[in-house]
Design a protein around this ligand. Structure first.
Ligand code: ZN
Length: 253
């Protein structure tokens, strides 16, 4: 298993990262993708990714909109240029729109510029989308990306999911699926082909509903896979195989 979205570079893991990694490998979690969030955090993120030979993405999260967007984009461009030959650089992101967090047009501007970089460097994007599906879909229709990307931590109904799929995007599914009240998501996963989904946890955020206030880790992946196996009425091995295929295909691992 690969956790396609885990912020394991965060300080939450500083005390026991080695132990967690040992436990992950015991459970068959072979790697993770660490998304980038802000320019001042990239170096530490790269150091951690290097230490464990994990995959990474470079980008600016909508919670970290910089004062000077153009300057930040120049820095991101330079980083992408510097790491473009590195096989573990797999995407631009995490970028996106979040209406629950200092929402303004600056988020849209920052995202659009990152979409252009993804197209320039021929990379997929890892997108964060909270209460902004319509704005995001409109933007993605205007800025078509050859390699598409993933709507990470997807929460929406089947119709929204299908619009992203038509635009060449996959949908990241994590701990939210374990929550019986996440009905729209559970229905989308049940009804749509598995080839459109990716496995992720968004650790340390998005702890499962039955473990609130605890730090989330990639160790919940097996619970998510079991739940999908239950919803799809299919064996765990088949589910795992399909997820691996989807991950390898999107990120060209
Ligand atoms: Zn994230």
């Amino acid at each position: 298993m690969i956790d396609t979205h885990a912020h394991l570079d965060m300080a939450d893991f500083d005390q026991d990262r080695d132990e967690l990694v040992a436990e992950m490998s015991k459970q068959g979690i072979s790697s993770v993708i660490i998304p980038g969030v802000a320019a001042d955090k990239w170096q530490h993120q790269l150091d951690i990714a290097d230490k464990y030979q994990w995959y990474f993405a470079l980008g600016i999260h909508p919670w970290y909109v910089p004062d000077e967007i153009d300057r930040a984009i120049v820095l991101l461009d330079a980083m992408l240029q510097q790491y473009r030959e590195n096989k573990r650089l797999v995407a631009v992101g995490e970028c996106g729109l979040d209406k629950l967090h200092s929402w303004s047009n600056k988020q849209l501007l920052l995202l659009e510029k990152q979409l252009h970089l993804a197209q320039t460097y021929q990379l997929p994007v890892i997108l964060h989308a909270v209460k902004a599906h319509q704005e995001l879909i409109t933007l993605l229709k205007r800025c078509r990306l050859e390699r598409g990307g993933v709507i990470h931590g997807f929460y929406g109904n089947r119709q929204i999911a299908e619009q992203y799929i038509d635009l060449g995007f996959k949908l990241g599914v994590g701990g939210l699926l374990l929550n019986p009240s996440a009905k729209k998501l559970r229905q989308a996963v049940t009804e749509l082909p598995l080839e459109h989904f990716l496995l992720e946890t968004d650790s340390p955020s998005m702890s499962p509903f039955d473990q609130p206030k605890t730090r989330n880790t990639p160790l919940i992946l097996s619970r998510i896979v079991s739940e999908i196996s239950f919803l799809k009425k299919n064996e765990t091995v088949c589910i795992l195989e399909q997820f691996n295929k989807n991950t390898v295909q999107l990120f060209e691992l």
